[in-house]
Design a binder for this molecule. Structure first.
Ligand SMILES: NC(=O)c1ccc[n+]([C@@H]2O[C@H](COP(=O)([O-])OP(=O)(O)OC[C@H]3O[C@@H](n4cnc5c(N)ncnc54)[C@H](OP(=O)(O)O)[C@@H]3O)[C@@H](O)[C@H]2O)c1
Length: 301
């Protein structure tokens, strides 16, 4: 039995689909019975509950051969780091009490750093927490910046005809499609070929800058002149708050953008066959175009 946290999210959903397609036994975790139903229809067992509830997490992990563990973001949290710590502690306790022996933990590039990386600090803490468990084999996946993050630009493109964030437009860094993370995680969950506490970087197909990425997206959505604009940290945080992101996480996102701008992570990692994944940014741009086509146009008059 494979237990998948964040099963309705970007990565968990694709892991669950892939394991179910292979005929594996899967238990999907999420807070909504309705949202989990599509996996149940394919043969999964649903564990409906909140990972803030430690007893629920322990019972949901019980009987697992392997767990895909992640700390789901709460974008509106008043104290985002406290939210990460609470769920992280519940996951660690659930691993210990359920006796599961294999865990693929979703971490991040930058999780090796103990300061200055914003929300990634929660994943740094989680790697440390899990490394303290005995008798468990842990594979910490450290994917880079998700290509899907750029979907947040859709309202901005619709309203103002630009893409933007606080990250420098000319900084080249690694970006990955979440389907590549899911495919990798599913494979290692099934193989269970990791021993002790291990780390795997996942760096996407190639490094590219946000200027380059925006040009690719522009061509895919029929706006070949689409430009990327670097916002001030203040404007970027205000924009995120307008989109419903909490003030605390907006501040942490700025810390992460600063770390990217200063080349602290996801930059100049040795790229190898082992940490390079297949999906190109051009392929992701086709997905972006589908989302863009379905988003309600909100262009100012
Ligand atoms: N964005 C990046 O560039 C990046 C890079 C590296 C690592 N990461 C890490 O990747 C993770 C996010 O992965 P993702 O994009 O696949 O996640 P996601 O799409 O945000 O999905 C998370 C899922 O978790 C569920 N969930 C939320 N709160 C929950 C709770 N309290 N209890 C139980 N389930 C809950 C939600 O499903 P329901 O609403 O159905 O419950 C949601 O679909 C984060 O840990 C982030 O730090 C992100």
């Amino acid at each position: 039995m494979y237990v998948i946290t964040g099963a309705t999210g970007n990565i968990g959903s694709k892991i669950a689909d892939s394991l179910l397609a292979k005929g594996e036994k899967v238990r999907v975790i999420g807070r909504s019975k309705e949202r989990l139903q599509r996996f149940v229809d394919k043969g999964a067992e649903a564990a409906v509950g909140d990972l803030n509830d430690g007893a629920f997490a322990s019972s949901a992990f019980t009987g697992a051969t392997a767990v895909f563990a992640m700390i789901p973001p709460d974008l509106a949290a008043r104290n985002f780091r406290a939210h990460q710590n609470e769920i992280g502690e519940n996951i660690a306790a659930a691993i210990a009490t359920s006796g599961v022996r294999y865990v693929v933990n979703l971490s991040s590039q930058g999780a090796d750093l103990s300061e200055g990386t914003g929300p990634i600090l929660g994943l740094h803490d989680q790697e440390a927490r899990l490394s303290g468990l005995s008798g468990v084999n842990i594979l910490n996946l450290r994917p880079t910046y998700f290509m899907e993050n750029l979907l947040m630009n859709i309202p901005l493109i619709n309203q103002k005809g630009i893409a933007g964030s606080a990250v420098r437009g000319d900084q080249r860094f690694a970006m990955i499609a979440t389907r590549d993370i899911a495919a990798y995680a599913a494979e290692r969950l099934v193989k269970r070929d990791f021993v002790g506490n291990t780390v795997q970087d996942l760096l996407g197909q190639r490094d590219l800058s946000l200027n380059e990425a925006t040009a690719v997206i522009g061509r895919a959505i029929g706006m070949p002149d689409l430009k990327y604009v670097q916002f001030s940290y203040e404007d970027a945080a205000n924009g995120l708050v307008e989109m419903g992101v909490g003030k605390d996480l907006s501040r942490l996102f700025n810390d992460m953008s600063k770390a990217l701008n200063e080349g602290l992570f996801a930059v100049n990692r040795p790229r190898t066959r082992d940490n390079t994944t297949p999906t190109s940014f051009e392929e992701f741009a086709e997905t972006f175009a589908e989302y863009f086509a379905h988003a309600a146009p909100r262009k100012a008059a």
